[in-house]
Design a protein around this ligand. Structure first.
Ligand SMILES: *Cc1c(COP(=O)(O)O)cnc(C)c1O
Length: 387
């Protein structure tokens, strides 16, 4: 089976892991943790970063670091991986789901603005949602596929409504805003990454938060390390054990040494799949953002036709050809844990989610595998469009 995305570990990963073993620094203390944090802050254009054990915990502590929790709301697009919403719930807050825009598949700023204006009043900490009595504290734009949203519009809206912007950049390492501006230099409050195995840069598992607010990053570090004060067993808050280990960071440091090559490879794959989709009248590439340089975590084809069953047929065809093709993220408002969450109308999300087909996009995918994917995709859509 040609997998969707597997780690590329052909650099210094093994050597740095060996250093951890030899030095015995395999746990949360060790030189790679700090080195990785420095790399993440640099790449994000921020003064500080904290690395954690997953993207989910990064999002959770990004929220809790701003005291977002019980009685609060966070606005999240429905078209995202479920972890975005889980992190809000782990912090004790609730999600307010909003649609994505058809142009870029990201949080629809206009729809969000309309909903906030109609349903909330001013509040010292954000906006009071009249019906629920909860306080909207933050918006969480999701950089779907590694793409880039209109940060200026998001930040302006957040300013108008006194909200934090916490970016789910889980899969967007290396993506930049207009004119090469780093994600953390766009005026947002926090940028959260995942280093899960299927991401462009992986630690096996891991996450990170980057911000220009040094005290906030210190608070996240404190929250992630049991709230310990000093070297003895003194703890001043109920906190977590969410730290990244030196082993994970060792892999991360080696991965970031090659991030430019990874991004170049992702772009090449994107170009190949764009060309593939241009051969069919019912296919398009994933949207190209107007606001910066996409990191192209995932690429594939988007179906524009009217056949409601084509997703299952395409999946079956590719699976039997030995190519991993899965339905894309089922939106949050259709998931059991979030079915009764505050929810705006979802015309775009409902329409597009079954039309999205990420194709295999490992950074070191072979030409032979790419050719096979092109051949099998072409066979399927030739037949489909002829019928
Ligand atoms: C991968 C991902 C996450 C979760 O990260 P984990 O490291 O798996 O916890 C959250 N949001 C999005 C959009 C993701 O792609």
């Amino acid at each position: 089976m040609i997998p969707l995305a597997v780690p590329n570990l052909n650099g210094n990963e093994a050597a740095y892991l060996q250093e951890c073993i030899v030095s015995t620094f395999v746990s949360t203390v060790g030189p790679f943790v700090g080195a990785f944090e420095t790399q993440i802050a640099e790449l994000s254009g921020t003064t500080a970063a904290s690395v954690l054990c997953s993207g989910t915990t990064a999002l959770h502590l990004a929220l809790e670091g701003f005291d977002i929790g019980q009685g609060d709301l966070v606005m999240v697009p429905a078209l995202t991986f479920i972890a975005s919403a889980n992190a809000v719930r782990h912090a004790g807050a609730d999600v307010w789901l909003v649609d994505v825009s058809a142009q870029d598949w990201m949080l629809d700023v206009d729809a969000a603005r309309v909903a906030i204006e109609a349903q909330t009043d001013a509040h010292p900490n954000g906006r009071l949602h009249r019906e629920s009595g909860k306080v909207l504290r933050a918006i969480m734009p999701v950089m779907i596929m590694g793409s880039v949203p209109d940060f200026a519009a998001l930040v302006a809206m957040a300013k108008d409504f006194n909200l934090r912007v916490i970016v789910d950049a889980a899969a967007a390492i290396g993506t930049t805003y207009k004119n090469g501006i780093a994600l953390g230099a766009t005026g947002v409050d926090a940028v959260c990454y995942s280093f899960n195995g299927n991401k462009t840069v992986t630690c096996g598992g891991g996450g990170g938060v980057a911000s220009n607010d040094d005290a906030y990053i210190e608070r996240i570090k404190h929250l992630s390390s049991t709230g310990r004060v000093g070297a003895n067993y003194d703890h001043d808050i109920v906190a977590y054990n969410y730290r990244m280990t030196n082993l994970q960071a060792a892999v991360g440091v080696a991965q970031l040494e090659r991030v430019d090559a990874f991004l170049a490879s992702k772009k090449k794959i994107r170009d190949i799949y764009s060309e593939l989709s241009s051969n069919f009248k019912s296919l398009e590439p994933f949207p190209e953002p107007a606001y910066g340089q996409n990191g192209y975590w995932f690429s594939g084809v988007y179906y524009t036709g009217g056949d409601k069953n084509v997703d299952l047929e395409f999946q079956k065809h590719m699976k039997s050809a030995g190519i991993d093709l899965r339905p894309f993220w089922k939106p949050l408002h259709l998931q059991k844990p979030y079915a009764s969450s505050l929810c705006e109308p979802m015309p775009v999300t409902d329409d597009i989610w079954k039309r999205i087909f990420p194709l295999p996009c490992s950074t070191h995918i072979s030409d032979q595998d790419l050719n096979k994917i092109i051949r099998d995709t072409t066979n399927f859509w030739n037949k489909h469009e002829a019928s």
